[in-house]
Design a protein around this ligand. Structure first.
Ligand code: PMP
Length: 309
């Protein structure tokens, strides 16, 4: 997806012009994948632009850095303020995607990241529906990947770290080349884990099921948590339960969740239609509630919004 340049990018406390946001080619992260990052969205609301669950995203960024033993030279409060400032100064009132990145810079080489200088950048750009407008309405077709998700004892799946995404990219390319929209990765024990940048849910007999992060090696998704809250509040039982691939084939409904992909129905898994092949009632209602929540239309969930104006 081509990126549309915006005006300013926050780099180590300064707002720099988009075209000047450059780093040295010998930056550590570029060679060894040693950074951590976040993906956040801001949506238009009646009160103006609001970043969704900003605190939770910055806290997860810090948790990722902690796992990777990176000392971030800013506090949670400073990064919340800086992210909101980036959203504000770029004036993308129709909504935007925000990308804080903690990266290791120039000055050290070799696999030990600890002596490398730590930098933070926060960029934003308008990013429409990640998997396409049609995907939101009609659902996507997914394929079980031949690539397994990282074993958490080989690479920490709880950290949103730069290098981890080699695994997701391989699975994404394989799925796209095969004519599918997205990949589902299995954990090393063969249980369902997650998609390349999204968590996965199924609905079976009215119960909402998603793999437990601890043994499926998934990222604890903030959208996943949001959707679980919305489901419980509408009286739907939610369980974290190990799933195998045929659970996906036989599900009544299935969907994926992520900040970029939002809540996207799954219409087929490995060429097998899920349910009726169109978004089911629980999926459709949760999707409606999700968009109402992020756009500030539901008072009950207003605490999740961080207004930037
Ligand atoms: N899993 C992976 C591997 C991801 O990269 C993402 C996107 N951050 C998710 C799940 C979904 O997380 P969230 O809902 O917090 O965006």
């Amino acid at each position: 997806m081509p990126i549309t340049p915006t005006q300013k990018i926050w780099m180590d406390g300064e707002l720099v012009d988009w075209a000047d946001a450059k780093i040295h080619v010998l930056s550590h992260t570029l060679h060894y994948g040693s950074g951590v990052f976040e993906g956040i969205r801001a949506y238009p609301t009646a009160q103006g632009l609001a970043v969704f669950r900003l605190d939770d995203h910055i806290r997860r960024l810090m948790a990722s850095a902690h796992i990777m033993m990176i000392d971030v030279p800013y506090s949670v409060e400073q990064l919340i303020g800086a992210t909101a400032e980036v959203a504000r100064v770029n004036g993308l009132q129709d909504g935007c995607y925000l990308r804080p990145l903690v990266y290791l810079g120039y000055g050290e080489m070799g696999l030990n990241p600890l002596p490398a200088p730590v930098h933070v950048s926060i960029a934003t750009w308008p990013w429409g529906t990640y998997l396409g407008e049609e995907a939101l309405e009609r659902g996507v077709s997914v394929k079980i990947s031949s690539w397994r998700r990282h074993d958490p004892n080989a690479a920490p799946t709880a950290a949103k770290s730069v290098g981890m995404y080699v695994n997701s990219s391989l699975a994404k390319v394989e799925a796209l080349k095969g004519g599918y929209d997205e990949a589902v990765l299995l954990a090393s024990d063969g249980r369902v884990s997650e998609c390349t940048g999204e968590n996965i849910f199924i609905v079976r007999d009215g119960v909402l099921l998603t793999p437990p992060s601890s043994d499926a090696g998934t990222l604890d998704g903030i959208t996943q948590d949001t959707v679980e809250t919305l489901a419980r509040d509408m009286g739907v039982e939610v369980r974290h339960e190990a799933l195998i691939r045929t659970d996906l084939y036989l599900a009544d409904e299935a969907f994926l969740t992520g900040t970029a992909a939002e809540l996207t129905p799954i219409r087929a898994v490995d060429d097998r239609t899920v349910g009726a092949g169109t978004p089911g009632p629980v999926t459709a209602e949760l999707q409606r509630l999700y968009f109402s929540t992020v756009r500030g239309e539901l008072d009950r969930y207003k605490d999740w919004l961080h207004l930037v104006d």
